[in-house]
Design a protein around this ligand. Structure first.
Ligand SMILES: [Zn+2]
Length: 394
């Protein structure tokens, strides 16, 4: 059902169009002394119908008017847009289809109507119909750029990365812009090939992804995963450590992989050295390492155990929840068991709350995603560092 504000806005459109039309025709009449047409009365009738909430009758009137006067065209586009914005997509489609049925539209007007109808279909979830219209527009002079951007949106939603790459390439030619998103599409293809077990194909896609800095971090992560899969542990360690070097927030995600690779390469002692060197360079990372160790239940490492214990014993929020003086009186074995119990509880807390957040729009998620479903930006979701104790009292 249309809302009060929809009626109000629609009425406003009609009123503005009527005033605009009135002024223009008064001026024309003064010039050529021609008699007034009936359009002004139709606008006023349309206004009355909208105000009295008889939207379907008002719509019929506007559709009829479009056959009469080109001056009404922009009002129809505005009304179609308004209907779509209010979720009344059927009415928006009706308006735009009627415009397209007019035989006397200029090419630019026809393309504008096609574009608007494509937007209606998108809003209605009719992607195949929208795709057809936007594809037609990629050949037009006025709407090639906008049509390509809509097609890219559709192919991103459908995860059709080959078509998305093709449209980005065309858009680069039309707009003259360099579009780094192509690197992400190749990363998507590479990751899919890796998951399908086709590592050679994954590497080929990765070569294509090295076009820009954007996507480089993700490309390195996929290379690391491939190397780990191929049991090339030294190479995998190099890739994982270079990602942490680039963006320290990833340490919580990559620590389990690093420990596994060091252990598989029979270099567990070097893992200890690595942890100590990371903490000595940036003491703040001890907290992130403790987080990773708790969430990943990482054991068999003196350095990790030290980070976890320091975190548990020095965290001010936990100090209010746990009886530290009592824990500190325990012997080594009991104390380790107590820390493990607390760690287990903290792990449950982390797993029940968001672990990743979009740095652009704040969208949060339980898993690492590269294309934010909310703001549609690429590579802006990052691991949340640390525990969200507020969920304890929520
Ligand atoms: Zn976002």
């Amino acid at each position: 059902m249309p809302t009060e504000s929809a009626f109000f806005l629609a009425a406003l459109f009609v009123l503005m169009a009527a005033i605009g039309w009135g002024l223009r025709h008064l001026a024309d009449r003064d010039r050529d002394n021609s008699p007034p047409t009936r359009v002004s009365a139709d606008y006023m009738r349309g206004l009355n119908l909208v105000l009295s909430r008889r939207t379907d009758e008002a719509l019929e009137l506007f559709v009829q008017m479009a056959k009469v006067d080109d001056d009404t065209l922009e009002t129809h586009f505005a009304l179609g847009h308004l209907f779509r914005r209010r979720g009344e997509v059927d009415r928006a489609i009706r308006v735009h289809q009627n415009l397209l049925a007019r035989p006397n539209l200029s090419e630019a007007q026809r393309h504008q109507a096609l574009f608007s109808l494509g937007d209606d279909y998108l809003s209605a979830g009719l992607f195949d119909r929208a795709e057809k219209l936007f594809s037609e527009l990629t050949e037009s002079e006025s709407h090639a750029d906008a049509g390509l951007r809509k097609l890219i949106y559709i192919y991103e939603q459908e995860r059709d990365w080959h078509k998305a790459i093709e449209m980005r390439r065309k858009l680069e030619v039309v707009s003259g812009e360099r579009l780094p998103e192509v690197a992400h599409y190749y990363c998507e293809l590479a990751e899919q090939a890796r998951l399908d077990g086709d590592l050679a194909q994954a590497k080929t896609y990765l070569k294509s992804s090295v076009r820009t800095e954007t996507g480089a971090l993700r490309g390195t992560l996929i290379r690391a995963a491939i190397a780990e899969q191929e049991q090339e542990y030294a190479q995998a360690i190099g890739f994982y450590e270079s990602v942490v070097e680039t963006d320290k927030r990833f340490i919580s995600e990559l620590l389990p992989h690093l420990q596994k690779c060091y252990q598989a390469a029979d270099r567990a002692a070097e893992f200890e050295t690595y942890i100590k060197s990371v903490v000595s360079k940036d003491a703040g990372l001890a907290r992130d390492i403790a987080y990773a160790a708790i969430v990943g239940e990482l054991k068999d490492s003196e350095a990790l155990r030290g980070c976890v214990e320091r975190f548990v014993l020095t965290n001010t929020v936990l100090a209010d929840l746990v009886n530290w003086p009592e824990i500190e009186t325990l012997d080594e074995t009991q104390r380790t068991a107590a820390i493990e119990r607390i760690s287990h509880g903290l792990r449950g807390l982390v797993l029940s709350s968001a672990r990743f957040r979009c740095t652009n729009c704040g969208y949060s998620s339980q898993r690492l995603i590269w294309h934010c479903p909310s703001c549609k930006q690429w590579e802006c979701v990052r691991p949340i560092q640390g525990f969200q104790f507020e969920t304890l009292v929520a």
